[in-house]
Design a protein around this ligand. Sequence first.
Ligand code: GYE
Length: 326
Amino acid sequence: MRRFCSLVLILIFSAVFAGCGDKGGKSDKDLFVIGFSQVGSESDWRLANTRSMEQTFTESRGYELRMENAKQRQDNQLAAVRNFILEGVDLIIIAPTVEDGWETVLTEIKNAGIPVIILDRSVSVSNADLFLTNFGSDFLKQGNEAVKWMEDQHFDTAQRNLRILHLQGSYGATAQLLRTKALEVGVAQHKDWEFAAQLDGDFTEAKGYEVVKDYLRQNRDFDVLYSENDNMTFGAMCAFDEAGITYGENGRVKIITFDATKKALQYCLDGKIDLCVECNPMHGPGVEELIRKYRAGEEIPKHVYVDESVYTRKDLTKEIIEEREY
Ligand code: GYE
């Protein structure tokens, strides 16, 4: 009986350890293991970002990418990151849903001796040594570009103020905070600009549609839509269509959108969107370059911004749009 029990125990142990083997930090093929906590799949931008990471960090290039989709919830991210620590991955990449609430888990990662890269949005922590680098967009610059474009339009405000309908991304995310900040500063600086409303569209098409549709039941008095991402813009356009509100070059409402995905650029070329502020999601190659430098013991900058520009109809051609990767 004792021998039987020992045999059962041995079998259980080997089964458990065999299972752990798959999830262990070191892979059999000597790959560099990256745990990646992604925000979610809320937008076309995000899908392109995920694709770029997956296409870059492949086995044939020496990587194993373990990606966890947080479905836009920080608690899911904290759980995923703690798992990466247990698994002993070589490096952790976090695309944070929101800026706050990272200090503790980043300290845990540091204590485990695992390097961290913050991707896309930022974290607000008192100690910048808690991560290697922050790779992503300059969201304040993006917002300032949009405000500058509005200034350049010289809207006729002799009779009444310019009224801005502001569709905001997920509260607390850097992309929301800084695009909002730029506009709020712009409104404060222009006595003849005002908010018609600020609505939370959570960066999704469905929510963008819903909140704008709801808003339009009582209010139609606005001149500009400032929408913090393309998918919310598409939702808003749909609500405008249903309500008979015209927009774009020949319409009553001017539209500013962030991301500049292929679909938004096409709308811009068609005269339906007035300004596309680019937000480049193709982060994979740039992040890989940083990781290569880090592994070679080279210095890497604390904040790396990707190249971006803005597009109006006159900047676009069919060819530019066709070449667009996202
Ligand atoms: O603009 C939006 C996405 O953080 C830059 O998040 C990113 C933003 C992007 O959902 O489409």
